[in-house]
Design a protein around this ligand. Structure first.
Ligand SMILES: [Zn+2]
Length: 135
């Protein structure tokens, strides 16, 4: 049985409905090794973005795919808050994006094989709720 994994859990594809397929709530383009959640205020992000997300819901959108990668602002806890507040389905992503800032991070942590690291992370995130992970 097909399913879609949202930030609040699995749903049937029939429940997803009209959706936006590539959105970003928050993106921080600082180098990955310098990224931290202390660089932004979750409450401020919530207050600023809530009216925009309420508007898309009112236009008939049932959900969206939030594509911000880890180490650039992916914040599953914030997405859970939006999803609960609006009753809208939100998907987040797994793995890492191919980008120089991530290569810098991997080199700095002594991980040489980018593809192998990305693959392991992808499978870990696929099997484990992203909320339990650190980025
Ligand atoms: Zn994008």
């Amino acid at each position: 049985m097909a399913k879609i994994r949202t930030v609040l859990g699995d749903i049937s594809p029939d429940e997803f409905g009209p959706a936006l397929v590539h959105e970003h709530i928050l993106v921080d383009f600082i180098e990955a090794e310098k990224f931290s959640r202390e660089r932004y205020n979750r409450e401020e992000v919530f207050e600023v973005m809530l009216p925009y997300l309420a508007r898309i819901k009112n236009l008939g959108v049932k959900g969206f795919v939030e594509c911000t990668p880890a180490y650039m602002g992916r914040d599953p806890e914030l997405l859970v808050r939006f999803s609960k507040a609006l009753g809208i389905h939100i998907l987040t992503n797994t793995g890492l994006t191919r980008n120089l800032i991530f290569q810098n991070l991997l080199l700095s942590t002594q991980l040489i094989n980018l593809q192998n690291y990305g693959s392991k992370r992808f499978w870990k995130e696929l099997k484990t709720p992203i909320l339990r992970q650190d980025s």
